[in-house]
Design a protein around this ligand. Structure first.
Ligand SMILES: [Fe+2]
Length: 342
């Protein structure tokens, strides 16, 4: 598990020299997030002018996107916005940068490694490799890849999709003036690196160029806004579902319970066979939106007796038929039904 990193901006820290064996000199890194169990990590990386790395593969799965500058991969020159999905054991040709560049490197399954080789590892799933110039060769699509969806004005380019876990890598942008007023959390971890521009979130403030987060599941985020727009790389580690709500005080445990309650309400048989025998909720898990107090415990006011369509309970303790009462409602003419508080 990677811990929650947010807010964080890579511009606030300096590059460290990469000294792991196998890596060429001239490579600086800023650690963005790190899994202490697997060594998986995300780093922003600076390759100095003249950098060159012999052909070879990593023992773990990687994803890369060029933040700025140009990178030569074999005889191809790739510019900013070029994305690579590189399966474990997939050998890349020589990598060079004549004038230097910045790259976002994501090591998904283990610590960074480089094994010099001109051939793929025999067990590499070479068919999974793909790369693309995301800025030039993919059009922006509506952000409604999942439903319920983000507000219009948040657009995406899907870059990688895992059909088993439904994990996604995507570019997203917020158009100038974008805003979304609800609060969101997910059942998956969510990661973002701002390639350019600034967005804002109610809980964590501005995310500027170089801003980054690794956010575990069930943490509230939003409302959102972006004054001048932004372009970012986003990832989820499993299926993305937008649990939207308007309760800024709910905590991750309550959010997870509500998520669980939604499985119970939507897929009761799945809940029954998968969960209920090991989970001691007599009436199912709690969905805070259905049980939360909607109104403060105002003194003298009856919060318990809400209108259920059968009773006519007045929660206010004053005489509402008093013609001088400032609370008097035009429809509050004298009537003769039962008042519990009479
Ligand atoms: Fe999110």
């Amino acid at each position: 598990m990677r811990p929650h990193i947010e807010p964080f901006c890579d511009r606030d820290v300096t590059f460290k020299n990469m000294r792991l064996p196998g890596f060429a000199s001239g490579m600086g890194y800023k650690m963005l997030s790190f899994d202490p169990e697997t060594g998986g990590c995300s780093m922003s990386v600076r390759l100095n002018a003249g950098y060159h790395q012999p052909p070879g593969f990593s023992w773990g799965e990687r994803e890369l996107i060029i933040i700025s500058g140009e990178l030569q991969i074999g005889d191809r020159t790739c510019r900013k916005g070029h994305y690579f999905f590189v399966p474990a054991g997939y050998a890349l040709p020589e990598v060079r940068s004549e004038n230097g560049c910045l790259v976002l490197e994501m090591h998904n399954t283990g610590e960074p490694s480089h094994e010099e080789s001109t051939e793929h590892h025999p067990q590499a799933e070479v068919g999974l490799y793909h790369d693309v110039d995301t800025y030039m060769d993919i059009p922006w699509a509506m952000g409604n890849v999942v439903s319920p969806a983000v507000a219009s004005g948040c657009l995406i380019k899907l870059l990688n999709y895992n059909p088993i876990s439904h994990a996604m890598t995507f570019l997203y942008c917020m158009t100038p003036g974008f805003y979304q007023d609800n609060i969101s959390y997910h059942d998956c971890a969510e990661e973002s690196y701002h390639l350019w521009g600034t967005s804002w979130m109610m809980q964590f403030g501005d995310i500027p160029t170089g801003g980054y987060f690794w956010r575990p599941a069930y943490i509230n985020h939003g409302a959102f806004a972006s004054e001048y727009g932004c372009v970012a790389l986003g990832r989820t580690d499993s299926k993305l579902f937008n649990h939207f709500h308007y309760n800024p005080w709910s905590n991750p445990v309550e959010n997870a319970d509500r998520s669980f309650a939604r499985v119970y309400q939507r897929d009761p048989l799945l809940y029954k066979w998968a969960f209920s025998e090991v989970h001691n909720h007599p009436h199912g898990p709690e969905d805070f939106e259905q049980t939360m107090q909607r109104r403060g415990d105002e003194e003298g006011h009856d919060n318990e007796h809400k209108s259920d369509g059968h009773r006519h309970d007045h929660w206010h303790g004053h005489h509402h038929n008093d013609p001088d009462s400032p609370f008097r409602h035009p429809l509050d003419e004298p009537h003769d039904h039962h008042h519990h508080d009479d």
